[in-house]
Ligand binder design. Sequence first.
Ligand code: NAD
Length: 253
Amino acid sequence: MGRLKDKVAIITGGMGGIGLATAALFMNEGAKVVLVDSNKAAIEKSKAELQDKSLSFCHADVSKKEDTIKFLNHTLEAFGKIDIFFANAGIEGVSKSIEEYPELVFDQVIAVNLKGVWLGCQYIIPKMEQGGSVIITSSVAGLKGFPGLGAYVATKHAVVGIMKVAAAENASRKIRVNTIHPGPVDNEMMRRIETDMSPDSPTEVMKGFEAAVPLGRYATSKEVGEMTLFLASDESKYITGCTHLVDGGMLNV
Ligand code: NAD
């Protein structure tokens, strides 16, 4: 308890599996949290279910500059400052080879996963408190190529570049910037990917992914949140510009 006492955090993709699990961990450690998401219905549902003085919701699309400024101002009005920025919103696109990949979907994946993180770094970081922490959700697909996930892989590599530049540009303000790299996580995104890859036998796809993980299973959203909590807290105050795997050994073991 108290690892994030008096800290204010923004979490984008806040209605998703990782966003919600991380919010619960942050609040349990004393943080005030703004959950940002483009899914209005999910926000309305959570607003009704999760009433807490330490929690605020903002409907915004991270790929739009005006929406980024909206959640920046929303946070400053609700809680007065920003210490932690978890740039976590993301979409998976479709599972198709580069040759067959639809241009429209490519543009959508770039807009959310890449431009969304860029705009967040451009508008949120300058308003953050000295000593703050930025955590960007990449993926194992940000460090390795996976066939059929070209647009997703491209964006998740690209945010590593943004992270390294933002870490360099903000070190003098003691603001740290890191990426996290989950393997498959047991939540809705993987259910969609499994079904997209094999509509008739998604559980076979899941078994295939599990076989590629030395620890033999998907991560839980909470386990990803626990890495994020460490990077958000002062326990990681000497760590910046780094990639952090949460993958059950998938890439290195
Ligand atoms: P999720 O689909 O449950 O959550 C993603 C959330 O982002 C959703 O609530 C969605 O509404 C929101 N979102 C989508 N587009 C948005 C936009 N333009 N603006 C604001 N919000 C938007 O999946 P998740 O696993 O919680 O995903 C969180 C992050 O983790 C993503 O960046 C994803 O790429 C990454 N990731 C997920 C996995 C996995 O297996 N689930 C693995 C590695 C990395």
